[in-house]
Design a protein around this ligand. Structure first.
Ligand SMILES: [Zn+2]
Length: 335
C-alpha cells in the first residue's frame, strides 16, 4: 500500500471515529434538521429492536424535559436526551467509570450496550444510548402494557409512566416530532383581558398564593388547548370547578379552570393540538359540583413543571404574552 493511501485511510478513520456531530454543529442545525436526525435514529433502533419509534421518542422527550428541570443533569450533547449516570452505564463496582468495553460493562452489571456496532458502548453516543434503552424495554415485550411495566421498572413512579405513555400517544397520532407550536387559549376576536396576577392573594381559583393567570372574558368564550398534548384530567374540582388538565411534550401540565362546560369529544386521554377547543369560559367552582357565579367568568390558567419526582407551578404570564403576540403576527401575515 502506498503511503498516500495509508494517510488517506488514516484520515478517513479519524473522521469516522469522531462523534457524529459536535455541540457546535448542532447549534447550526434548524429544528427541522434536528427532528430529522432524531427520527432517523428512532426508526433505525425500532427496526433492530421492534420497540415502536413513538415510545423511544416519548422517553427521549420526557428525559429532555427532566434535563431542563433537574439542575444536576448535564445538557445533552447529541440529539438524544435519554440519561444514564456513569454508574448505571458502566456498573456500580466498575473501577473504570468511563468504561466503554461492552464485556467488562456487562461483567460489572452496567447497562451500557453497543448500538452502532463499533465495538464500544459509549454513553455519549446517541445510538448506543438509544439502543440500550430499546433493548431494556424489549425485555418486557411489545404491547402497551408490557412497555408500561418496563417504564415503571425504570422510573418507579406512576406519574412518570403516565407522562411517557401520553407522549407516545401524541407522537403516534401526529406521526412527527415537529410539535412545538403553541396557541393562545382564547381566540383573538373575542373580548378578553388579563394581567400578571402571579402570587396575587386576591386571585380566584388559587390556593395560598395565586398559581396562575386569570383571563377575564364573557361566558362561553371558547377555550383552546395551548400545546400538543394529552388530556390528563377532566371533571369537577372544588376550587377549580369544571376543569381540564393537559400534559404537553415538555412535561408541562396546563390547567384550565372555572369552565362553563367541556367541548364534545374531549375526554381524559384525548390527544389535542394547539388551537383545539376543549371547553368554554365560565365561573364554576368554590362549592359542590355545578356551583357557578361566585365570581366573574374567567379562565384560570396554570402551568406546572414536572422534574421526575414532584411538580411545581410557575408563572404562565410570559408564555401567554408570547403566544398572544405570535397569534397577532400570524393574523397580520394572513391579511
Ligand atoms: Zn385564577
Amino acid at each position: 500500500m502506498r503511503l498516500s493511501k495509508v494517510i488517506v485511510l488514516a484520515i478517513i478513520f479519524v473522521f469516522v471515529s469522531l462523534p457524529l456531530v459536535t455541540a457546535a454543529e448542532k447549534e447550526e442545525l434548524t429544528n427541522e434538521q434536528i427532528y430529522e436526525k432524531r427520527m432517523d435514529l428512532f426508526k433505525k433502533v425500532e427496526t433492530v429492536t421492534n420497540v415502536p419509534w413513538h415510545y423511544l421518542a416519548a422517553v427521549d422527550t420526557y428525559e429532555r424535559g427532566l434535563r431542563r428541570a433537574i439542575k444536576d443533569r448535564p445538557k445533552e450533547e447529541g440529539f438524544i436526551s435519554i440519561y444514564y449516570s456513569e454508574e448505571e452505564w458502566a456498573g456500580k463496582f466498575n473501577p473504570n467509570k468511563q468504561d466503554t468495553h461492552p464485556l467488562s460493562i456487562q461483567m460489572f452489571g452496567g447497562v451500557g450496550l453497543d448500538g452502532d456496532g463499533d465495538g464500544l458502548a459509549d454513553r455519549s453516543n446517541d445510538e448506543d444510548v438509544l439502543y440500550t434503552l430499546a433493548h431494556y424495554l424489549e425485555g418486557f415485550g411489545f404491547n402497551e402494557d408490557d412497555l408500561r411495566i418496563g417504564l415503571w421498572e425504570k422510573y418507579k413512579r406512576d406519574q412518570s409512566v403516565r407522562i411517557v405513555h401520553g407522549h407516545a400517544q401524541v407522537y403516534k397520532k401526529f406521526d412527527t416530532l415537529d410539535l412545538d407550536d403553541h396557541a393562545f387559549p382564547m381566540p383573538l376576536n373575542y373580548n378578553y383581558s388579563y394581567k400578571n396576577t402571579w402570587g396575587d392573594r386576591r386571585g380566584w381559583g388559587g390556593r395560598r398564593i395565586h398559581e396562575g393567570t386569570d383571563i377575564f372574558a364573557g361566558y362561553n368564550v371558547p377555550i383552546r388547548a395551548t400545546a400538543y398534548g394529552r388530556v390528563e384530567i377532566k371533571g369537577w374540582n372544588k376550587y377549580g370547578g369544571w376543569r381540564i388538565g393537559i400534559r404537553d411534550l415538555d412535561n408541562i401540565y396546563h390547567y384550565y379552570a372555572h369552565l362553563s362546560g367541556f367541548e364534545k369529544g374531549i375526554e381524559e386521554n384525548s390527544i389535542v393540538a394547539p388551537g383545539d377547543v376543549i371547553g368554554y369560559c365560565g365561573s364554576s367552582g368554590y362549592g359542590k359540583p355545578g356551583t357557578q357565579g361566585k365570581f366573574p367568568p374567567h379562565l384560570h390558567y396554570g402551568m406546572y413543571r414536572d422534574n421526575g419526582y414532584t411538580e411545581w407551578s410557575f408563572d404562565p404570564y410570559p408564555s401567554l404574552k408570547q403566544w398572544e403576540r405570535k397569534a397577532y403576527q400570524d393574523r397580520r401575515k394572513k391579511k
